[in-house]
Design a protein around this ligand. Structure first.
Ligand code: ADP
Ligand code: MG
Length: 360
């Protein structure tokens, strides 16, 4: 062992920085899908269609009928930290969109081959562009690096091919395309339950029968019946829109559907938590709800729970993690008490009506 002097400190190049960021944000096809479908929802789409090859590893295609992208904006589309949704840091307080970091398409373009076809309703034709590492590239070698006119419907079609082609280690970690496909279906299913106004479809390329297919202007309950099972939907208890902390001025609300005490679905369990329309993880809330159900369910069984919370945006921090899968909010403990109260009321109400029907 020979002691060595310090090595010089150097700045990473933009490409290395962006590749590191991409690997952090896009872990697997399901992350890419989540980002892409959130963009489609942000664009006001009422139809979102997804087609996958090899569970998304070979290709992901998402077609929406949203407002599209102006041709003039295409050069910035995949540039990191370029967004149409946020200008000032303060805007985070009243954000009405899923996106705001301007990182998703950049990241996807740093770990796959991206093609975008888009048309706004004022455009006479659509525009197509290919992207690599944040910038537009020629569609043919030697051609111009600029959008090309093309026939298109209003809306946007984004195709990402050969995910992680440039990250061999990550690519090798994916053993099972069908496992990835299952994860993708899970993400889309949850968004479709939460956004029943839009029609959703997802299929494997080359098959005609979609694995997910919901009609436009559906309902939460109809989509649960469609995407899980009719018997689960029939057994669910509704949590009507309820104000969580009536005494506070910054009122938060909860609504949702939860399984009852004897749901035979309980064994499989299910957990869909949306906070301000974001699909998030919260171990604290999950633990509290699971604890509540231990009084009702046999040991080892877990409930099926879909909760949608709206928390005053002044009380919630959505910018905790690049994937936005985590949020922090104030008065967490009171909030959790309120959430449990609402679920408890639904469960107790169901018990009451059952005991009434036994008595009469
Ligand atoms: P963010 O959503 O955080 O703004 P993205 O990288 O996901 O960042 O997208 C960059 C920009 O590209 C968005 O701000 C939006 O203007 C545009 N965009 C992306 N996807 C779509 C889409 N499906 N329809 C319309 N515009 C889109
Ligand atoms: Mg986005």
């Amino acid at each position: 062992y020979e002691p060595q002097g310090p090595k010089p400190i150097r700045k990473l190049t933009k490409d290395v920085i962006n590749q590191i960021a991409a690997a952090e944000i896009i872990h697997r096809p399901a992350n890419a899908i989540k980002e892409l479908l959130e963009n489609s929802l942000d664009a006001g789409s009422s139809s979102i269609k997804i087609t996958l090859k090899d569970g998304g590893l070979k290709s992901i295609q998402i077609t929406d009928n949203g407002h599209g992208i102006n041709k003039a904006d295409l050069p910035l589309l995949c540039e990191r930290y370029a967004t149409s949704k946020l200008q000032k840091f303060e805007d985070l307080q009243k954000l009405g969109t899923y996106g705001f970091r301007g990182e998703a398409l950049a990241s996807i373009s740093y770990c796959s081959h991206v093609e975008v076809i888009t048309k706004t309703k004022n455009d006479g034709c659509g525009w197509k562009a290919n992207f690599q590492d944040g910038v537009i590239i020629p569609s043919k070698p030697g051609g111009p690096a600029e959008p090309k006119p093309t026939a298109a419907n209003d809306g946007t079609v984004i195709t990402a091919e050969d995910l992680f082609y440039n990250m061999p280690l990550r690519k090798r970690a994916f053993k099972s395309p069908s496992d990835e496909y299952t994860r993708v279906l899970d993400v889309i299913t949850k968004y479709a339950v939460h956004n029943p106004h839009a029609s959703w479809s997802c299929k494997k390329a080359g098959t005609s029968l979609p694995d997910i297919s919901t009609p436009v202007n559906s309902t939460v309950k109809a989509n649960i019946a469609n995407l899980y099972t009719p018997s689960l939907a029939a057994e669910l208890l509704e949590i009507p829109l309820t104000v969580l902390q009536p005494e506070s001025k910054l009122s938060s609300t909860i609504r949702g559907w939860v399984s009852n005490a004897n749901s035979n679905w309980a064994r499989k369990g299910g957990w869909l938590l949306f906070i301000n329309n974001r699909l998030v993880e919260s171990n604290k809330i999950k633990k509290a709800i699971d604890a509540l159900y231990t009084a009702y369910l046999p040991k080892g069984a877990s409930p099926w729970v879909y909760l949608s919370l709206e928390i005053d945006s002044a009380k919630i921090d959505v910018n905790v993690h690049p994937t936005k899968s985590e949020v922090h909010f104030l008065n967490e403990d009171e909030m959790i008490d309120g959430i449990c109260g609402a679920v408890q009321t639904a469960l107790a109400g169901a018990n009451v009506s059952r005991s009434f029907s036994v008595q009469t």
